[in-house]
Design a protein around this ligand. Structure first.
Ligand code: MN3
Length: 211
C-alpha cells in the first residue's frame, strides 16, 4: 500500500461479489470504486497545492490535521479520515469467515465483555446508536484494554490516541441498496463476514513485546 501522496485506490483483496449474500456486489463496487475513490481524489487535489505535506503518510495527515493551515484543515481531516476508515473497513471483511473471534483477541474479548455474544450485543447496540453517519469500532484504549466506541462522519480513533482493531461503516451507502433503512439487518449480516484473523493481527500489533 502506498504510504503518501499521490494516494492510490488499491484494489479490494477480494472480488466485489465475495461478501454475498451479506453485502451485495453493487454495494461493494460503489463503496470502493466511487465513495472511497472520491475521498482519495479529494485528498490528492487538496495536497496538490501543498507540496510541504506531500511526504506525510495517511496516518500523519489524520493525526496532525490540526497542525495544517486553516484553509485545508477540514478537507484534509475529512478526506484522510475517509480513506483510512474505508481501507480499514474493507480489510476487516472475509467470506467465509470465522464465526467468532480467534487467537489472543478471542481471549481478551471474553475477559473484557464476558462472552462473544455479549460483545456482539454491545457492538451492535453501539453501531445502531450512531446518529447519522459514522462508524462503530473495537479499539485498544489508553489503559491497554479493549473498548467499543463510535465516531461521527470520518473522524478516526487515531486522533483520539486509540488503536483500532475492528470497525463497521454505518453510513447508509454501506447498506442501503440491500438493506434499505434496516441498519440492524446490515449489522447482523456483517457479523457473518468479520475478518477475525485480521482483527487479531491488529490487536497483536498493539502489544509487540508481549506476543
Ligand atoms: Mn463508507
Amino acid at each position: 500500500m502506498n504510504g503518501h501522496y499521490k494516494f492510490v485506490n488499491t484494489p479490494l483483496p477480494y472480488a466485489y461479489e465475495a461478501m454475498e449474500p451479506y453485502i451485495d456486489k453493487q454495494t461493494m463496487y460503489l463503496h470502493h470504486d466511487k465513495h472511497l475513490q472520491t475521498y482519495i481524489d479529494n485528498l490528492n487535489r487538496t495536497l496538490s497545492s501543498y507540496p510541504e505535506y506531500q511526504g506525510w503518510t495517511l496516518e500523519q495527515l489524520v493525526i496532525n490535521a490540526p497542525c495544517l493551515p486553516k484553509e485545508i484543515q477540514a478537507d484534509i481531516k475529512n478526506n484522510s479520515g475517509g480513506v483510512f476508515n474505508h481501507r480499514f473497513y474493507f480489510s476487516n471483511l472475509a467470506n467465509p469467515a470465522s464465526p467468532q473471534p480467534v487467537g489472543i483477541l478471542d481471549q481478551s474479548i471474553r475477559n473484557e465483555f464476558g462472552s462473544h455474544a455479549e460483545f456482539q450485543r454491545q457492538f451492535k447496540a453501539s453501531a445502531l446508536s450512531v446518529f447519522g453517519s459514522g462508524y462503530a469500532w473495537l479499539v485498544v484504549n489508553a489503559a491497554g484494554r479493549l473498548s467499543i466506541i463510535t465516531t461521527k462522519n470520518q473522524d478516526t480513533p487515531l486522533e483520539m490516541g486509540l488503536v483500532p482493531v475492528l470497525n463497521i461503516d454505518v453510513w447508509e451507502h454501506a447498506y442501503y441498496l440491500k438493506h434499505y433503512n434496516q441498519r440492524a439487518g446490515y449489522i447482523d449480516d456483517w457479523f457473518h463476514i468479520v475478518n477475525w484473523d485480521g482483527a487479531n493481527q491488529n490487536y497483536m500489533r498493539c502489544f509487540p513485546t508481549i506476543f
